[in-house]
Design a protein around this ligand. Structure first.
Ligand code: HEC
Length: 421
């Protein structure tokens, strides 16, 4: 049992304290009460086993450790709660002022409440217990000034029996009431079997070399695994990585064109079952997907499309992206690609057709649709880049361009005609 003794700096063979030996726990208890009543504060008792009532006899206050444990328990509880709320329920958009790697995820899915206490209890509980337990152990060591690798008492021959059959009271010279003669007198009057002085140890108080070497080696060894991990993270290797638990990381697998005896045709690659259609890919509408109505080019828009102003505006936007580079923003066939090709006398350059000339005006809608989808003569296809609906929108816009450039007075709404000059 410790009683707040602080290790004093050893300075020569000066007096460290006085040690009194007793034969029984009863004698120790009475002696402790007397020392307590004499007003000493920096002293301790030593016994081979815990003696009931010794705390009281020594006047030891209840330890403050429970408060420390309580504070850390609460800290663990709050941390557990905050951690789970932060990782589960916080929305990065609410914390946009934080650096990106500190923000939570932006949640877009799920119908369940993002934070529900019952589901979070286990982690909260575990963190509470963990921090409280660590605070108990570390706090106990720290409050007792432990670990200590050396104490002058241990050098005392008589003191060795403290672990077998003798009981001791030790008063340090650091005690404010300590006085070599008076304290000696007090201890001798307690009815013990012996009183002797303990010299402050002349041995230096630093750690034994062997311990320092051992600790250094252990720390170096502990650094090895993280070093290996760091190396593996920053270097590349053609070898497959070491997998302690293989899971499904390394399965047997076959590459395209390899032989596989399991199938009758010996092909590892399996052909599609005839008639397979990917979800949403059933293109059974020739009008919409090919621009054809009973084998001829369609002259009308597919019925599922609503030809509105916004539809034509969409077409304009797509046209300016995909077609204008060659055909020009007005469709006259004077796009910048063509202008540049002509300026450089590019051999074999075909000038893009004017989309507002009579030929194209007379082309059925389905023909233009097919031109966009598959290209025509020297014009490349754009079917892979432009979805069907946008192709139809572009056609609607091309039709608008054609009308705008071949317009008559009758095409202008009556109320706007006076504005024309
Ligand atoms: C890379 C340049 C280029 C782009 C981009 C381009 N075209 Fe063409 N287009 C041409 C050329 C060149 C011709 C003339 C082809 C020929 O006569 O060999 C042509 C011809 C046409 C014709 C007339 C075909 C016919 O019926 O004779 C239409 C209609 C047409 N393009 C529409 C479009 C539309 C709509 C777009 C946008 C989706 C587009 N083009 C994008 C170069 C282009």
């Amino acid at each position: 049992m410790k009683h707040g003794t602080k290790p004093r700096p050893p300075a020569g063979p000066e007096l460290h304290g006085l040690l009194a030996e007793f034969d029984s726990p009863g004698a120790l208890l009475t002696a402790a009460e007397r020392v307590r009543d004499a007003g000493y504060t920096k002293w301790d008792t030593h016994s081979p086993f815990p003696v009931h009532g010794i705390d009281e006899a020594m006047g030891i206050r209840r330890t403050r450790l429970p408060w420390l444990v309580f504070v850390f328990g609460v800290l663990g509880c709050v941390t557990g709660l905050a951690l789970q709320w932060w990782t589960n329920a916080s929305d990065s958009r609410e914390f946009s002022f934080l650096p990106a790697h500190l923000q939570g995820y932006a949640f877009e899915i799920g119908g369940k409440p993002l934070f529900s206490l019952p589901a979070n209890i286990p982690v909260i509980f575990e963190l509470t217990v963990l921090l409280a337990a660590l605070a108990t152990v570390i706090g106990m060591f720290a409050m007792n000034n432990l670990p200590r690798h050396h104490a002058p008492l241990l050098a005392q021959e008589r003191f060795k029996r403290a672990t077998t059959d003798r009981f001791f009271v030790f008063i340090t010279a650091a005690d404010p009431k300590f006085n070599a003669t008076r304290t000696h007198h007090l201890l001798s009057g307690l009815g013990g079997s012996a009183v002797e002085s303990v010299a402050a140890s002349s041995e230096p108080a630093h750690l034994p070399r062997s311990l320092i070497y051992a600790t250094t080696i252990v720390i170096c060894l502990l650094l090895l695994p993280p070093l290996f991990v760091a190396k593996a993270r920053f270097t590349k290797s053609a070898e497959p990585r070491i997998q302690l638990i293989r899971d499904m990381g390394n399965q047997e697998r076959y590459k395209t064109q390899q032989v596989h005896a399991l199938f009758v045709d010996n092909r590892a690659m399996r052909p599609q079952v005839p008639g397979t259609v990917a979800r949403g890919d059933l293109r059974d509408d020739a009008h919409y997907y090919e621009g054809k109505v009973s084998g001829d080019w369609a002259t009308t828009y597919p019925p599922q499309l609503e030809i509105s102003e916004s539809f034509v505006r969409r077409g304009q936007q797509r046209f300016n992206i995909y077609c204008a580079a060659c055909h020009g923003l007005g469709g006259a066939g004077d796009g910048i690609v063509s202008q540049r090709a002509l300026a450089r006398d590019t051999p074999g350059w075909t000038v893009p057709t004017s989309l507002v000339n009579q030929t194209v005006i007379e082309r059925p809608l389905g023909h233009i649709f097919n031109t966009i989808t598959n290209g025509i003569r020297t014009m490349p296809p754009y079917g892979d880049q432009i979805p069907e609906q946008d192709r139809w929108a572009i056609i609607a816009y091309v039709r608008a361009l054609e009308r705008s450039q071949n317009a008559h007075l009758e095409d202008v709404p009556v109320e706007l005609r006076p504005e024309l000059r």
